[in-house]
Design a protein around this ligand. Structure first.
Ligand code: SAM
Length: 336
């Protein structure tokens, strides 16, 4: 059983992630007009060091690229798609997608987090004209469960402790998701705070919900995609330093043992019968997947002295993605 103060430290990681994103936006690494509306006194927040800004940039662009590719794939398979973000915190992806005219196929976007985090987010959404306007007309948006949940025509914010049995905490999703519509799961920096058994149970709940039978009409390809962003390799010397830094802030990763390794990352999905899974470290993404023009633009934004430290840090974070097909892989029209 995790002590309650440990949960407070875990919830605090959301503020860290949001402030890092705000900093990367202020320093022009990223473009996100929505993040400042989710952070109190955003204009007074000091910027983060260049190393954090670059890490946030690579993480955000890497996941955005995968979400884009997945949306393209989903669009070819179906006229609609769904996204579920677990441990969503102050993420702005829904608002960025909903205001992008190319992303018309979104049927449902669900976010889950601890009730304290969803309450804060629901209040920030209610207070912000910019965030509310994207959700739909005011009378189509409502709070429920004592202000811990918020519902709009496409967007649903739900309270959940994801370490609890999925049959209980994920059950409300069944009202908002269709099991016959291609769906992407996003676990951005959340699985490291729970045991491997709890993470596996979460993923298995979705696999069961989206399995072709008995929900999907026969012949309907129901594509389940998943993206995980997480720390890994925490057993090596630098990994131990990272763990000590987290422990100094009371964030205990003890639940995530054994820590994922580079080799074990894709097994997160393959052990649940996913058709394919791949992983790239942030260092690999920065080196091989950021276009030369972008590399130049980023390099000109701030002076970075600690290149070696940057590479060591980026070497301990990875994005893993997988797809589970109901059809024969050869029938998949777009690559993933
Ligand atoms: N995904 C967001 C992002 O990348 O900006 C937030 C990441 S933050 C590092 C981790 C988030 O996971 C926090 O919002 C935290 O409250 C949430 N979280 C961690 N453990 C959780 C649990 N057991 N149940 C629900 N949410 C959890």
């Amino acid at each position: 059983q995790t002590p309650p103060d440990a949960d407070a430290a875990i919830r605090q990681t959301d503020s860290d992630a949001a402030l890092a994103r705000l900093s990367a936006v202020q320093k022009r690494y990223l473009d996100d007009p929505f993040i400042r509306h989710l952070i109190p006194r955003a204009h007074l927040q000091p910027p983060r060091p260049p190393l954090i800004n670059i890490g946030t940039y690579v993480r955000s662009e890497g996941i955005d690229a995968l979400v884009d590719r997945w949306l393209a794939l989903a669009e070819q398979e179906s006229s609609q798609c769904q996204i579920v973000s677990l441990g969503a915190g102050s993420d702005t992806r829904f608002w960025r997608l909903a205001t992008d005219p190319r992303k018309g196929c979104l049927r449902a976007y669900c976010e889950l987090d601890f009730p304290a985090v969803t309450t804060k987010k629901a209040m920030a959404i209610r207070k912000s004209k910019e965030l509310s306007a994207v959700l739909g007309s005011p009378d189509s948006v409502s709070l429920s469960h004592g202000g811990t949940a918020l519902h709009a025509p496409t967007y649903h914010l739900l309270p959940a402790d994801l370490r609890q049995p999925p049959a209980d905490v994920l059950a409300p999703l069944a009202s908002f998701l269709s099991p016959a519509v291609p769906t992407l799961l996003i676990f951005e920096c959340v699985l490291v705070y729970m045991t491997p058994a709890a993470s596996a149970a979460l993923i298995q709940w979705f696999v069961d919900f989206f399995s072709p039978s008995p929900h999907a009409p026969s012949g309907t390809p129901c594509v389940l995609g998943a993206v995980v962003y997480e720390m890994f390799g925490l057993e090596d010397a630098f990994g131990r330093v990272m763990r000590a830094n987290l422990q100094a802030r009371n964030v205990t990763l003890v639940g995530a043992e054994p820590y994922p390794t580079r080799a074990s990352l894709p097994t997160r999905f393959l052990q649940h019968g996913f058709t394919r899974a791949h992983a790239l470290t942030l260092r690999e993404i920065r080196r091989a997947y950021v276009a030369p023009q972008e590399q130049e633009r980023i390099a000109a934004l701030e002076m970075l002295d600690e290149i070696e430290e940057l590479e060591l840090v980026l070497d301990h974070y990875a994005i893993t993605w997988g797809v589970k097909l109901a059809c024969n892989p050869r029938e998949l029209k777009a690559p993933w």
